[in-house]
Every structure is written in structure tokens, then in C-alpha cells.
Design a protein around this ligand. Structure first.
Ligand code: F6R
Length: 244
């Protein structure tokens, strides 16, 4: 793994944006296939990429993008859907074709079939060139919580009670809070040709230590990234504080 320990969010955003920019330039007219994450960790990098698009002409016009995950039961237009989040925080502000930004259909009549179809769509696009990831404090990546199979594919997963409780504040009725998600599996994620994972803060330090130096184990799902040949980890000093 290539580890970058950065001094602040702005430096981390520049390092991650540089990895994106190289992927976009290497792909040229063929168009890069980007794997996008939601959550707070990638937002500074998305903001930096939007700036480079506006001020430096960085173009995403030929790119495609696949999201990592989506809540089961939420239509794409729902304010709390990841489909909505990624447009709001990133893709509506660059020149990527909106139809080229794909997420698992949370409102699919048959979520199990949708999961299989999603993997097939990624393969048909030629696979992901660059996947950006955040990491949960328990070591999850996407919605692969501890005990996820290291070879898992895109599938329907139950959300941890703590995640459901955390999300309740975004919904008017408790009954509306999603309890399941469609998530790329650990095996799916590792098929990306390059991965960049970004994390900040003391609460991520233990997970980052297991990701980089721990035993490969379903107990810390991100540790499975040690099996991948090209992972860039961008962390601040707090998130790096438990590295040896
Ligand atoms: C996001 C995702 C999650 C987050 C993780 C970290 O699509 O799948 O695994 O990357 O929960 O979240 P933040 O970045 O908000 O700390």
C-alpha cells in the first residue's frame, strides 16, 4: 500500500484529486470508469475536483461512474438516497453525463436480481479504473460490516442497529428509516484496478491500523484490501496515530 499522511483536509483533498486526475488523463477519450463513495470522507476531494473542473478545465465528459451502495426502499429522487447525495455533492457540478452516473436501484422490485445486474453492468463497462473509499470506525467499507465474506459480491445487506439509529434523524417516521442496503461486496470492490481510501480523525485510527497492518480478517473488512496490488491510503495524523 502507498500511505500518505497529510497535515490537513486540504492537502488530503489534493492528493486524492491528483489520483483522480491521473486516472482521467490516462483513460483519455476512452473515458475513465470511476467508483464513487458517499459519506463525509470523500467530500473535500470532490470539492477539489469541482474546483479543478471549473478553474483548470479538468473534464469528466467521457467518464462513467458507479456508486458503492444504496438504501433498499428509497427511490433515486429521495433526499436521503445516495443517488441524490452524489449529485448534490459532486456530479451535478462537473461535466459528467448524468445518465453515466449509476447507482444500485434502491426501489427495484427484486433487489436480489438488481444486485446481480449491478455487478454485470460494472463488468460490461470494462470494470472500475479507480474506486474511492471511506472507512467506518469498525473497519467497514461500503456496507460490508464485520463478518462480511472477503469474496462477497454486490448483494442485499441488513444494516447494523447502530447505523439504523444514526440514520433515524434524517427521516420523519421511524418506519421510513431503511433497514437494508444494496452494497458492492468486498470481492467486487477489489476488482477495481486502483483504489484510493481516505480517512481522518482519531475515531478512524484503529480501523486504519487494521487496514494497513492487521491480519486479513472478516472482523476488519477493510483489511481485505491488503490483497489488492494498488491501494493508495490518504490519512491525516490522527487517523494514522495507531500505525506502527
Ligand atoms: C459510503 C460508504 C461508507 C462510508 C463509511 C465512512 O458510500 O459506503 O462505507 O465510506 O461509512 O463514512 P464517513 O466518510 O462519513 O466517515
Amino acid at each position: 500500500m502507498e500511505i500518505h499522511i497529510v497535515t490537513d483536509a486540504a492537502e488530503g483533498a489534493r492528493v486524492v484529486a491528483d489520483v483522480f486526475e491521473k486516472t482521467l488523463r490516462d483513460a483519455g477519450d476512452t473515458g475513465a470508469v470511476l467508483g464513487l463513495a458517499t459519506g463525509s470522507s470523500p467530500v473535500p476531494a470532490y470539492t477539489e475536483l469541482i474546483r479543478r473542473h471549473r478553474e483548470e478545465g479538468l473534464s469528466f465528459a467521457t467518464a462513467q461512474a458507479f456508486l458503492l451502495d444504496e438504501y433498499v426502499g428509497l427511490p433515486a429522487g429521495h433526499e436521503q438516497s445516495y443517488h441524490h447525495f452524489i449529485r448534490d455533492n459532486f456530479t451535478a457540478h462537473i461535466d459528467i453525463d448524468d445518465a453515466a452516473v449509476v447507482s444500485p436501484a434502491g426501489d427495484a422490485a427484486d433487489p436480489v436480481a438488481e444486485a446481480a445486474a449491478y455487478d454485470a453492468r460494472i463488468v460490461a463497462a470494462g470494470g472500475v479504473d479507480l474506486q474511492i473509499l471511506g472507512i467506518g470506525s469498525n473497519g467497514h467499507i461500503a456496507f460490508n460490516e464485520p463478518s462480511s465474506s472477503l469474496g462477497s459480491r454486490t448483494r442485499v445487506v441488513g444494516l447494523a442497529q447502530s447505523t439504523i439509529a444514526d440514520n433515524a434523524r434524517y427521516f420523519e417516521e421511524a418506519a421510513d428509516v431503511p433497514v437494508r442496503a444494496l452494497s458492492q461486496g468486498l470481492g467486487t470492490i477489489r476488482e477495481a484496478r486502483r483504489i484510493v481510501l481516505t480517512a481522518s480523525g482519531e475515531h478512524k485510527a484503529e480501523a486504519v491500523a487494521h487496514l494497513v497492518e492487521g491480519a486479513i480478517s472478516a472482523r476488519w473488512p477493510a483489511s481485505s484490501l491488503q490483497l489488492h496490488p494498488d491501494v493508495v491510503v490518504v490519512v491525516d495524523e490522527s487517523a494514522a496515530s495507531q500505525l506502527e
